[in-house]
Write a protein that binds this ligand. Structure first.
Ligand code: GMT
Length: 378
């Protein structure tokens, strides 16, 4: 059994969700897991055996213009690594976590600590393109003892944008089918829609990369042809703009904004179709969660999405920004009950066969065993 430190963004984003769920499952399997973050990971929930939480506190002495979070994190990581004798420090999202982990490993040089970095997406596709950060991100990736990425597409992007040659292991994101399965939610559904209406849903952090306004435009086209409701779940910088767009489109009566929700399995289950028209999406965790709940996904054909969805079998894909194509695909699926039922089953089957938590957590365990065998150079 291993002692594993996990660092992630604790309060938002799919990378934090993946890191937290991974930690919980590793703890269930008997490993000792230490979360080292600036806040309690929101999916951590109640006390669980084998899980420990170490809060990173940042000194904001008056001479600092910016509180030195990255250094405080490095210092805390080293401290926990030494005191707890961690075997692995698994950091999620390359920047700044992999940089802090590199420093921590130097500080804790008298331990056997190995650093595993998991790339999640925008750490490469957005931050990795920023000239002020590119060198430090490349450095931290190259210096990690092991690097994993959540899709093959992200591996390819990392090699291309950062000219990285080292090995990067593929470990897809996963879904816990004890939580994500089709729920009986007729009473909840009735709060939003009549039985004859279809329910479309979008879940995201409302960042520009998610192209949420495409959701509104696509729904406008669908709504002209069939009775339907649209539910938005999540919050983020684009939300006010989207609310205004919904009002301008005269759709206020049939669109609901549910805000940030921590437990989405029941909500997702009321949808007939999840919309994910993102510009970039290295994996699309919300899409996988929907599929596991038996909700087909209509997504843009970008990044890691084609690794998740088989077009016309377990979901639908269209090129980024092609709203009329997306509307046509949605209408054709939603007006054919047999096809919809078949796609629901195919989505569940694919989520379970290819992205089950059990298999992917085992994959991480194998990777940890592998990295622990690597001898340090120094
Ligand atoms: O969407 C983001 O920018 C946030 C980021 C995160 O920290 O959660 O999401 C990325 O990681 C998720 C978990 O691995 C993936 O499911 C998302 O596809 C990925 N987002 C993008 O690539 C835009």
């Amino acid at each position: 059994m291993l002692k594993i430190g996990i660092t992630c963004y604790p309060t938002l984003g799919g990378s934090g969700v993946v890191a937290t769920e991974l930690g919980k499952l590793l703890a269930e399997r008997g490993h000792q897991v230490h979360f080292i973050t600036h806040g309690m990971p929101f999916r951590l929930g109640k006390y669980q055996k084998n899980i420990f939480y170490h809060e990173v506190e940042v000194n904001d002495y008056y001479v600092f213009k910016y509180p030195p979070f990255n250094l405080a994190l490095a210092s805390k990581l080293a401290q926990v690594a030494k005191i707890q004798q961690l075997d692995i420090l698994h950091v999620h999202y390359a920047f700044p976590h992999a940089v802090s982990a590199y420093l921590a490993k130097q500080i804790a040089a008298d331990t056997r600590l190995k650093v595993v970095t998991t790339l999640h997406g925008t750490d490469i596709t957005v931050l990795g393109q920023d000239p002020t950060l590119i060198d430090i991100i490349r450095f931290a990736i190259n210096e990690s003892d092991m690097v994993t990425a959540v899709s093959q597409s992200l591996i390819d992007d990392t090699r291309r944008t950062l000219q990285i040659e080292r090995s990067i292991e593929l470990a897809h994101n996963f879904v816990d089918e004890r939580i994500y399965f089709p729920r009986e939610v007729s009473a909840l559904r009735a709060e939003f829609a009549q039985p004859h209406e279809k329910v479309l849903m979008h879940i995201s952090n409302f960042r520009p990369v998610k192209r949420v306004s495409d959701v509104v435009d696509l729904f406008t086209l669908v709504r002209r042809q069939m009775p339907a409701k649209l539910l938005f779940v999540g919050e983020g910088p684009e939300l006010p703009k989207i609310m205004a767009r919904v009002r301008e489109a005269g759709l206020a009566e049939c669109v609901y904004f549910l805000g940030k929700q921590d437990e989405v399995a029941e909500l997702i289950s009321i949808a007939d179709l999840l919309l994910l028209p993102s510009e970039k999406e290295s994996f699309g965790l919300a899409a996988l969660e929907a599929m596991a709940c038996g909700v087909p996904v209509l997504a843009s054909n970008t990044g890691g999405i084609p690794e998740l969805i088989e077009h016309e079998v377990s979901g639908l894909m269209a090129p980024v920004g092609e709203i009329s194509t997306m509307a046509r695909l949605a209408l054709s699926l939603l007006s054919d009950e047999q096809r919809l039922a078949d796609m629901r089953q195919a989505a569940i089957a694919r989520a379970r066969a290819r992205f089950s938590a059990d298999a992917i957590v085992r994959r991480y365990e194998q990777l940890y065993e592998q990295v622990l065998k690597i001898e340090d150079q120094s």
